[in-house]
Design a protein around this ligand. Structure first.
Ligand SMILES: *[C@@H]1O[C@H](CO)[C@@H](O)[C@H](O)[C@H]1NC(C)=O
Length: 346
């Protein structure tokens, strides 16, 4: 203990005591603040979410369908690969393949397209919906792709359909999305874009097919400019009425594993990025690593070398390459399944 100066009088002591008491209160509050906040990070993260609703015995799952749209062979194989995942994960809703009506399903047709369509039907319990791939006079393939996707709105034999872009991997079934409150369209945000734009991503969309909405879509398509695709049309029509599906865990980009900042994906800046945790909670992983090509196209080794996720180095700890290992694994897994399901090498 420190000593008071010998001539300190009681009059002088009083203000000193007040100052000491104040200091004591401030220190105590400071300690409390720390002990109150600390358990929030990382033991009580907001994303230990409750079990998703799974319907009950009365839920008629045949009113719902996962839909895929196909315009060419690569995308046909991707779609069949997604259906294989849904089938082996025992998803409950129907599976519907909208495929170009030029592809024959005759048993004696030995073309790859025909075999893949029949395989989807026979092995993965997929219903087939022939459609016409529309085209513009310019023959713009991206536009045809976009337009075909929007035909999901025309599948009025279902109450609700869930469309997924096929350059992706399904990590967990998403049946609970069919049980969302009724709304014309539900989509996640494009979390990787400027948050002020509030742009929605059409990589995953839940729609209630109807003649009315399909009519609006057709109308919008007929006025679409050269650079307006499905995403622009969705955003234009449903910006203020769509239900927002949380992008976490329903729409994770492979590029997230290469990224230096994860605040946009995590939705807050308190949590640390943990690649294993992010992957285990995610349900849908979309391949997006430009300039690394899509996973069915063989990437040049120097592109991979240059663009793969960096390993983290912390002094006095072994190098951490978990982001890189998982990311390389996504591409290997895709190539392996492409061979197993479609018998095509990457
Ligand atoms: C929409 O569906 C109806 C049948 O339900 C079909 O006759 C029509 O051709 C479809 N439209 C397009 C553009 O595929």
């Amino acid at each position: 203990m420190w000593q008071l100066p010998p001539m300190a009088s009681p009059k002088l002591l009083r203000p000193l005591a007040v100052i000491l008491a104040t200091l004591l209160v401030i220190t105590t509050l400071w300690r409390l603040r720390i002990s109150v906040l600390e358990p929030l990070v990382p033991d009580d993260l907001p994303h230990d979410h409750a079990e998703a609703p799974s319907g009950n015995e009365e839920t008629d799952w045949s009113r719902f369908a996962y839909v895929q749209y196909v315009t060419d062979d690569n995308y046909l194989c991707n779609s069949v690969m997604l259906f294989e995942r849904l089938h082996s994960m025992h998803s409950k809703a129907d599976r519907l393949l909208m495929y170009p009506d030029g592809i024959s399903t005759a048993e004696d047709d030995t073309s790859l397209e025909s075999k893949l369509v029949r395989k989807a039907r026979d092995e993965y319990n997929v219903k087939l919906q022939p459609i016409q791939v529309q085209s513009r006079p310019s023959g713009d393939a991206t536009w045809a792709e976009s337009y075909t996707k929007l035909l999901a709105f025309n599948q009025t034999q279902y109450d609700r359909v869930l469309g997924l872009d096929s350059d992706s991997t399904i990590l967990q079934p998403m049946d609970e999305l069919f049980l969302l409150p009724s709304c014309p369209v539900a989509m996640p945000r494009a979390y990787w874009l400027d948050p002020n734009g509030r742009t929605m991503s059409s990589q995953l969309f839940v729609v209630e097919p109807s003649d009315f909405e399909f009519g609006r879509i057709m109308e919008s398509i007929s006025h679409a400019g050269g650079s307006e695709y499905d995403m622009e049309i969705f955003n234009e029509l449903y910006k203020d009425s769509a239900l927002i599906i949380p992008h976490r865990p329903y729409n994770l980009l492979t590029g997230e594993f290469r990224s230096e900042s994860h605040t946009a994906y995590l939705g807050n800046s308190l949590e640390q990025w943990d690649p294993d945790r992010a992957l285990s909670e995610a349900k849908y992983l979309h391949f997006s690593d430009w300039p690394v090509p899509k996973p069915w196209i063989k990437a040049r080794p120097d592109v991979i070398q240059d663009k793969q996720p960096a390993c983290q180095t912390v002094p006095e700890q072994p190098e951490n390459c978990r982001n890189r290992d998982l990311w390389l694994g996504f591409y290997e897994d895709f190539a392996r399944r492409r061979k197993a399901v479609c018998d095509i090498d990457v």
